[in-house]
Design a protein around this ligand. Structure first.
Ligand SMILES: NC(=O)C1=CN([C@@H]2O[C@H](COP(=O)(O)OP(=O)(O)OC[C@H]3O[C@@H](n4cnc5c(N)ncnc54)[C@H](O)[C@@H]3O)[C@@H](O)[C@H]2O)[C@@H](O)CC1
Ligand SMILES: Nc1ncnc2c1ncn2[C@@H]1O[C@H](COP(=O)(O)OP(=O)(O)O)[C@@H](O)[C@H]1O
Ligand SMILES: [K+]
Length: 507
């Protein structure tokens, strides 16, 4: 386990720090060390001699900021301090006194502040416990209106450390130096517009303390390249054959949404799966064959509306001959019988898109409780609300944990920070993605890719949620790579499928 993988709440961080202090590390020494690391990073980014405004709060976040102010002052920057509080914690107060003795200008009123090129936000860190109001709120809004880049220490002041909610108002940072371990709030969607570029400042927290507080392995995890690569089916066994490398059945598409089936198929193709079968309504079979010549296209009888009416497998092929079934993209709601059929099977199953809407109509929890084997649900926010109307959505991490525990399924909640939970509450959060993926069809690609990955590792000793996390990581990395080359406007879902393999090649 690496520290990049760890996610903590405020209470857990306090607990971990408490252990370090109890073991003998002086608080002042740790603050000095942390703030030194921040000031080194700032010096690497901000040209020497520039004007830097330092915003200082009453707690140790303010203490960190004051040490940064002192360091930058000695390194030749033109520093001033904004410190509007009447009462400071003792260590913070000492640093404040020393900074003043050095002649660093100090201001209490925003009207008096000179201009600057950069701001460093040390108002509040994980100790923020209530709404920001009155003059401090006004000051934060004021700084947000300045056009200078803002560097936040630990997290943008005003964000709730765990949920990422804005407590009254919050600093809109361009860059956040998260201290020691990733705070959960920085991985919550509602915080994203405030964080800017986020970076972890590792200050050597002993792993033993992390394990003591979070468990080993911890419950809530951040997906990293290392964790994702651990479940990628590489290298392939030299003696594998196509059926040993997984047989995925995709059930997708309709006359109305033929493209969804193609995108799902292309996502699956990129996974490297051994055998790919795609069940579609008979009228779109020729289209599928032309796009995916390697796949077995199973033509199914269709309803008047052009949806699959029921599954018709060739010969006497039983459903159980497939390693994994992924069902849903482009089906329309008229495909209810086939969704019921696969839910009643004992094959590991991914349900997405229309299959989720049908599941919601059938009754999410009662229907899934009957299943005896793996189910993965991949809703976006709207589908999630339809599936779980009673789950409180304020904290997406808690929401996805609750959904997984109620259904016994692995649930992947899509979004800018996709979160995955297994029924026991083990969570993976995808920390990097791109808004370039916010386009119709990109979810279909994910379904196919995930199905192909699961089919390849289904018979190995792996946790399903780990593979689901790898699929989410791979999918978003392809989006990031495509957006780098083609801009955020250039990543349509078909283009995305063409970048999946480039991610693996670049590893
Ligand atoms: N203890 C240490 O030596 C270390 C401290 N660290 C820093 O310390 C921070 C945590 O320090 P603290 O626990 O002192 O907390 P903070 O500095 O985040 O803020 C807590 C202070 O703000 C006040 N406060 C809370 N909500 C308020 C509100 N809405 N309006 C006005 N005042 C409010 C509290 O009464 C308290 O004085 C971390 O975020 C990090 O920046 C880290 O650098 C690691 C090492
Ligand atoms: N703002 C965003 N930032 C990052 N990823 C996003 C964003 N919006 C959507 N995505 C990703 O794009 C995909 C969209 O899936 P979905 O909503 O199911 O689309 P569709 O059903 O049209 O294929 C998901 O993987 C989601 O995580
Ligand atoms: K801060």
């Amino acid at each position: 386990m690496t520290k990049e993988q760890v996610i903590v709440t405020a209470a857990q961080m306090r607990d971990i720090e408490g252990r370090i202090f109890a073991a003998g590390m002086p608080v002042a020494a740790l603050m000095e060390k942390v703030a030194r690391l921040i000031s080194d990073r700032l010096q690497a980014i901000i040209p020497q001699g520039q004007r830097v405004g330092i915003l200082v709060g009453p707690g140790h976040n303010g203490g960190d900021a004051l040490v940064v102010a002192r360091e930058l002052h000695f390194r030749g920057y033109q520093v001033w301090i904004y410190q509007p509080f009447s009462k400071l914690k003792e260590l913070t107060s000492q640093h404040f006194q020393y900074a003043q003795s050095l002649g660093i200008p100090v201001y209490q009123e925003i009207e008096e502040l000179p201009s600057c090129d950069f701001l460093v936000d040390g108002l509040f860190g994980f100790g923020l416990e209530r709404e920001i109001t009155d003059s401090i709120a006004l000051a934060i809004n004021h700084f947000n209106e300045w056009n200078q880049p803002i560097f936040s220490i630990d997290l943008p002041s005003g964000l709730h450390t765990d949920t990422g909610a804005v407590l009254g108002t919050a600093i809109r940072a361009n860059h956040t130096f998260c201290l020691g371990l990733w705070k959960q709030g920085l991985l919550q969607e509602q915080a994203l517009e405030y964080i800017g570029k986020a970076e972890l400042i590792d200050f050597d927290i002993p792993l033993a303390d992390i394990h003591d507080v979070l468990g080993n392995p911890p419950k809530i995890n951040r997906i990293t390249k290392t964790t994702a690569l651990a479940t990628l089916p590489l290298p392939r066994s030299p003696v594998t054959h196509k059926y040993k490398s997984g047989h995925l059945l995709l059930i997708c598409g309709s006359r109305r949404y033929a493209g969804g089936a193609i995108l799902t198929g292309l996502g699956a193709r990129a996974s490297g799966v051994g055998m790919l079968s795609i069940a579609v309504p008979e009228s779109i079979k020729p289209l599928l064959v032309s796009h995916l010549p390697e796949a077995l296209i199973i033509d199914c009888p269709e309803t008047e509306t052009g949806a699959i009416s029921h599954l018709q497998l060739p010969g006497k092929t039983p459903l159980s001959s497939f390693t994994v079934i992924a069902c849903g993209p482009g089906l329309t709601k008229d495909a209810t019988p086939i969704v019921e059929q696969v839910i009643n099977s004992e094959v590991p199953l991914i349900l997405d898109a229309d299959a989720l809407n049908i599941l919601a109509q059938l009754g999410t929890i009662s229907t899934l409780q009957k299943r005896k084997t793996t189910t993965v649900l991949t809703p976006h926010t709207g589908e999630f609300h339809r599936l779980f109307p009673d789950i409180d959505f304020k904290d997406r991490v808690k929401a996805v944990q609750t959904a997984a525990s109620q259904t016994g399924a692995v649930v992947l909640l899509k979004g800018a920070r996709t979160a995955i939970s297994n029924p026991q509450g083990v969570v993976w959060i995808n920390p990097e993605s791109t808004p370039a993926l916010a386009r119709g069809g990109s979810g279909d690609v994910l379904s196919g890719l995930m199905g192909g990955l699961l089919a390849q590792v289904a018979n190995k000793q792996v946790n399903i949620e780990d593979v689901v996390a790898t699929a989410a990581w791979w999918h978003s990395q392809a989006g990031i790579l495509a957006a780098e080359e083609r801009t955020e406007l250039g990543v349509d879902a078909f283009t995305l499928t063409q970048y999946l393999m480039k991610v693996v090649i670049a590893i």
